[in-house]
Each structure stands twice: as C-alpha cells, then as structure tokens.
Design a protein around this ligand. Structure first.
Ligand code: AMP
Length: 143
C-alpha cells in the first residue's frame, strides 16, 4: 500500500503552527488535537521544521518552565525527512525505525499534503498481514 492510499483513509488534515508560536501554544495544540507532533510552517504549504513531544520534554529538562516561552523555531528539528504520496508504506516503516522518529510529513512537489505517523504505518501493515494470512487460509482450505 502506498502513502496516498493511507491519506485517502485518514484524510490529509495536518496540524501546523507558525515558527513564532510559543511552546505553550504548541502544547495546547498537541493536547487539543491529541497528536504527538506539529509541523512548523509559515504558510501551511512549506515544511520548515517539526516539534514533537520529545523536543518539548528535552527542552523542559534543559530549561525548566522557561522552555514554555521559547518559540517553535527555537526548538524545532530542521531538515525534516518527508515522503512522497507514491512511496510504499513498508519502506516508510524502515525510514522511521532507522531515523528514530514517528512522524513523516507527506509532500507533493514541495507542497504539504498530509502526515503519516508510526501508528498509521503499523495499522496498515497489520491489515496487510491479516489479508495475506486470510488469502493463505483460503488457498490452503480450498486448494
Ligand atoms: P518523534 O519520534 O516523531 O516524536 O520525534 C523524535 C525526534 O525526531 C524529535 O526531535 C523530532 O523533532 C524529530 N523528528 C520527528 N519527525 C521527523 C522527521 N520526519 N524528520 C526529521 N526529524 C523528525
């Protein structure tokens, strides 16, 4: 299954924040949208960075409560690894495991069109494996 098919099921909605948003605002976004990472973008089109709950925990450990008044631009990871809609989900799982991150924004010719999380990837892989097992069962019992 490719990334475009995953987005058809889950939708292309991506929660973004501007680089000058405070970390307190980012925390509120993460809480209200019940997600683990926010894409940082000045225009909701171009991916400039990503702030995940892991970045916030690290900043809290380093700076205490002062971390909350820092900006997204202060904490974000730049050079975000993105994927294209035609990429295979199985390959994306390897990218996430090797890179040790759980979110990959989807860009189509430089335009942000969605985001895939490790949860989405695992769900798809489990469904694929269940379908394969079902096909094998049918083959064995009817063969
Ligand atoms: P995560 O596992 O997604 O919460 O992120 C772990 C760390 O990797 C954090 O420092 C994130 O900012 C960073 N990160 C998350 N997603 C990506 C990505 N697609 N490309 C590069 N860094 C990322």
């Amino acid at each position: 299954m490719n990334v475009a098919t995953v987005l058809q099921h889950k939708g292309g909605n991506v929660v973004t924040a501007r680089p000058d948003s405070s970390i307190a605002e980012i925390c509120n976004l993460l809480r209200s949208a019940r997600i683990g990472a926010v894409i940082i973008s000045p225009d909701r089109v171009r991916v400039e960075g990503i702030v995940s709950e892991r970045d916030i925990v690290r900043a809290l450990a380093e700076h205490g409560a002062a971390a909350l008044s820092k900006t997204a631009a202060d904490l974000m990871t730049r050079g975000v690894i993105t994927c294209a809609p035609d990429e295979d989900v199985a390959g994306l799982m390897t990218v996430m495991t090797t890179g040790r991150f759980r979110h990959v924004p989807v860009c189509d010719e430089g335009v942000l069109v969605g985001i895939v999380s490790i949860g989405d990837v695992v769900r798809v892989r489990v469904e694929e494996i269940e379908h394969e097992a079902e096909a094998l069962r049918t083959y064995v019992t009817q063969g």
